[in-house]
Write a protein that binds this ligand. Structure first.
Ligand code: FE2
Ligand code: FE2
Length: 265
């Protein structure tokens, strides 16, 4: 089974990129299941009902989130009714809105997706390593296809999670830092791993945000309101092959596309 995972989709430019890229990616790679990180989809901050609906209409089967999960107030109105959307699982015990994992079924295939958030340079929520152990326990020895989106800032914490889950998850992808890392590999236990998938959105901004505002912040240290940049996009994703008999990954490939290239094709 092939799984396409699309990194953090940022704002209107990022959404346009996904809509433009999906037809050619699906015809080229023929993924059974498509998952995307949607934490920045609504103007860089969270996701709303309309955008989630659009993603599912375009052929995305499951959406993961991150530290921006709660930025749009509307999320509280629909997160419990949307089983295809997951938010970080390691919020304190008893945090009720939303779910941290779900089973995605599409094209006769089944993929369990889990979302966790790191604690290094991010709010100190519960331990993602302990939480993922608890989530995985019921699936031990069942050879299920399992994808973990580890939304974290520190490369060390993400690499640690990759090794922690080697042989227990089919895929561990990092999100949040918005820059695609070049360390994709199959770990010895059969886990496909990459430290960060990279973002989808404005290429000439700073992690998707308008660069003058970010520069002003760095240079003056004054409070600045960040807005999503405009202009042409870059698109980052990974395509992973999983052996359904064993739940092990056999291949991972990085995908990077620029709007200019798409226009030339
Ligand atoms: Fe993000
Ligand atoms: Fe994030």
């Amino acid at each position: 089974m092939k799984v396409l995972f699309i990194g953090d989709i940022v704002g209107a430019v990022g959404r346009k990129a996904v809509k433009q890229m999906l037809p050619s990616l699906t015809s080229r790679y023929k993924p059974s299941i498509i998952i995307a990180n949607g934490e920045n989809a609504a103007a860089g901050r969270g996701i709303n009902r309309q955008i989630a609906k659009e993603f599912f209409e375009w052929g995305i089967h499951g959406v993961t989130m991150g530290n921006h999960t709660w930025d749009q107030k509307e999320i509280f109105d629909f997160i419990d009714d949307e089983p295809r959307l997951v938010r970080p699982a390691n919020f304190p015990e008893g945090t009720t809105p939303g779910r941290g994992w779900t089973t995605i079924k599409a094209n006769g295939k089944e993929l369990i997706i889990m979302n966790l958030q790191g604690r290094t340079f991010l709010p100190p929520i519960d331990c993602p390593f302990e939480k993922v152990d608890a989530l995985l326990a019921p699936f031990k020895g069942k050879n299920k296809a399992i994808l973990v989106d580890f939304h974290a800032e520190a490369t060390s914490e993400k690499i640690a999670m990759g090794w922690h889950l080697d042989g227990r998850a089919s895929v561990v992808v990092g999100t949040h830092t918005h820059v695609q890392s070049h360390d994709e590999r199959i770990l010895p236990g059969g886990t496909a791993y990459v430290t960060d998938v990279g973002m989808v959105g404005p290429r000439d901004g700073i992690l998707g945000m308008e660069r003058e505002a970010v520069l002003r912040k760095f240079r003056t240290q004054l409070p600045v309101r960040f807005v999503v940049d405009e202009g042409t996009w870059h698109f980052h994703a990974v395509i992973v092959e999983i052996d359904e008999a064993t739940g092990k990954a056999t291949r991972i490939d990085l995908i990077r596309k620029y709007e200019e290239d798409l226009l030339l094709e």
